[in-house]
Design a protein around this ligand. Structure first.
Ligand SMILES: [Zn+2]
Length: 115
């Protein structure tokens, strides 16, 4: 998933653009986007990691700098937003992997281990 390729064949690209998940694998036709709401886990994953990142930054900056609340907000909000945007494709890739693993365990016919 970290290579951003298909979890089934390992060759097809996961993305059609930045943070734009392809509909299906161009190599083995595994469908990445099966149903509306299937990527809800991505949202939770991005929110949790983004909040942990924000909490870490707040703690670090509060400890190191004697800034006003306004300065904190002006500096940290863009950093957290940029981090969340950059993390989104990784969260999507990880979630496709999670879905694939649960489909394998569930014996879904479209999911099969590659040889
Ligand atoms: Zn594939």
């Amino acid at each position: 998933m970290l290579a951003r390729t298909c979890p089934q064949c390992g060759r097809g690209a996961l993305f059609a653009g930045f943070a734009r998940l392809a509909r299906a694998c161009p190599e083995c036709a595994l469908v990445y986007r099966r149903e509306p709401g299937a990527q809800t886990g991505t949202m939770y994953l991005t929110a949790i990691v983004g909040e942990l990142f924000a909490a870490g930054l707040i703690f670090l900056f509060w400890w190191r700098f004697d800034w006003s609340v306004r300065t904190f907000v002006l500096v940290l909000v863009p950093l957290v937003a940029a981090f969340s945007a950059l993390f989104l494709p990784l969260a999507q890739a990880l979630w496709v992997g999670v879905e694939y693993l649960t489909d394998l365990e569930g014996g879904e016919p479209w999911a099969r281990l590659r040889n």
